[in-house]
Write a protein that binds this ligand. Structure first.
Ligand SMILES: [Zn+2]
Length: 344
C-alpha cells in the first residue's frame, strides 16, 4: 500500500469568536470574498480561506493521494506574542491547543507539530507538555523570533533539550521576515523572497556559528527545500576556506568543518516550492534519505497533487520514492507508520 505523508500543512481556526489573547484589531483583517486581507507591519497579505477549512483540506489532500498530515500553525505565536498582554508562553499554548483540538478530530491520519520560542528558556516547559501529554510529533519553529535568529546563546538551553530528547525540529520562516522593511511591501515579496531568505539566514547562522559542533546530534528539517540555502552553500564554503584572520572575534566564522558538511549531518528538507529543478538539487545535495514530502497546503491552496506529481516525475527508484513520500517522515517524526503496515 502506498502512503504519502505531508509534513508541511497548516490550519488556523482564526474564525473562532472572542479575543482571548487581548490583541484586539491588531491584524486589522478585512474580508475580500472568502479570503481575509491584512497589512500587519505594512506587509499586504491575503489569508486564503482554505487555511481555516480543515474538512476541505482533508478532502483535497486525500484526493491527491495524501494519507497522513502533520498539522502546524507557525505564524500567530510569534506575531501575537509581540502584541498580546498575555505571556508569550500563554500565546503559544493557545495556538498549540488549537492544533491539538483539530488533529483530535482526525486521529487516524493527522498529528500536530507545536510552536514555542527557543530563545526563551521557560518555553522548554511548553515543549515538554507538547511532546508528552499533548502527543505532538515534533516542534515547528519559526526561523527568527521578533528579528532574533536561533543560533543566539539564549537558545542553547533549548537546543540542549532538543538534542537530549531527540525532538524532531521543523524550521519555518515567520510571517514578517528578514528585510521586510526594504521594499518588500509590494508584489508579495515578503512571502516570495523574504521568507525563504529568513530560513537561509537562520540555517547559515546555525552552521557558521558552530551550533552544530556544540550540539552535533541535532536533526533539523528546513521548510521549502531550505529556502535560499542551496544557491548560497558554495559561498558559505568559500567564506570558510578563505578564513577570518584579522576580523573581530564576534564576526569570525566558528564552525569546525566546511559548512556544506553539516547538510548531510544535521539537516533535512521538505520539497515544498512547486519547482522541480530545486527538488532535483535537494535530492542530489541532501540525498534521498533527507528529503520529505510537504505541500504548505492550507495557506497555499495549490492542489497538493502538483507536489505529488513533481516527486513522481523525479525518476527515483521505487525505494527512494517511498522514502521521500513517507518513510523518511515516518523515521524523522517517529510516526509508527511502518508498524501499521505490517500484517497483523
Ligand atoms: Zn508553511
Amino acid at each position: 500500500m502506498s502512503q504519502i505523508v505531508d509534513i508541511h500543512t497548516h490550519y488556523s481556526g482564526r474564525s473562532k469568536g472572542g479575543d482571548p489573547l487581548g490583541v484586539g484589531g491588531a491584524m486589522r483583517s478585512v474580508r475580500v470574498g472568502r479570503n481575509m486581507y491584512s497589512d500587519y507591519k505594512g506587509m499586504p497579505n491575503l489569508a486564503h480561506y482554505e487555511l481555516g477549512d480543515f474538512q476541505l483540506q482533508q478532502e483535497v489532500s486525500h484526493r491527491a493521494g495524501i494519507t497522513y498530515r502533520l498539522m502546524s500553525n507557525p505564524f500567530p505565536s510569534e506575531v501575537l506574542s509581540e502584541i498580546s498582554p498575555r505571556s508569550s508562553i500563554d500565546v503559544c499554548k493557545h495556538f498549540n491547543d488549537e492544533i491539538a483540538e483539530i488533529v483530535a478530530t482526525a486521529p487516524n491520519d493527522t498529528r500536530g507539530l507545536g510552536s514555542v520560542n527557543p530563545l526563551e528558556k521557560n518555553h522548554i516547559r511548553e515543549a515538554e507538555r507538547l511532546m508528552g501529554p499533548v502527543g505532538f510529533k515534533g516542534l515547528h519553529l519559526v526561523t527568527s523570533w521578533h528579528g532574533a535568529f536561533l543560533d543566539d546563546e539564549a537558545a542553547f538551553a533549548f537546543w540542549e533539550y532538543a538534542q537530549d530528547k531527540n525532538v524532531p525540529i521543523f524550521l519555518h520562516p515567520p510571517r514578517v521576515p528578514i528585510g521586510a522593511n526594504q521594499q518588500m511591501d509590494q508584489y508579495k515579496l515578503d512571502e516570495l523572497v523574504g521568507r525563504p531568505f529568513d530560513t537561509t539566514m537562520c540555517a547559515a547562522r546555525m552552521i557558521l556559528s558552530g551550533l552544530f559542533d556544540r550540539f552535533p546530534r541535532l536533526q533539523i528539517c528546513l521548510a521549502h527545500m531550505g529556502g535560499g540555502l542551496l544557491p548560497c552553500i558554495g559561498r558559505l564554503d568559500f567564506g570558510w576556506q578563505l578564513g577570518c584572520e584579522g576580523m573581530p572575534e564576534r564576526a569570525a566564522i566558528k564552525c569546525k568543518n566546511l559548512p556544506s558538511t553539516y547538510l548531510r549531518r544535521n539537516l533535512h528538507v521538505d520539497i515544498m516550492g512547486g519547482w522541480a529543478p530545486h527538488v532535483r538539487e535537494a535530492l542530489e545535495v541532501f540525498g534521498p534519505d533527507r528529503v520529505m514530502f510537504g505541500t504548505d497546503y492550507g495557506p497555499i491552496p495549490v492542489d497538493p497533487k502538483e507536489h505529488v506529481e513533481i516527486v513522481r516525475a523525479m525518476g527515483l527508484s521505487p525505494d527512494d520514492e517511498e522514502k521521500v513520500f513517507w518513510k523518511n517522515a515516518d523515521a524523522f517524526f517517529d510516526l509508527g507508520l511502518s508498524t501499521r503496515l505490517r500484517p497483523s
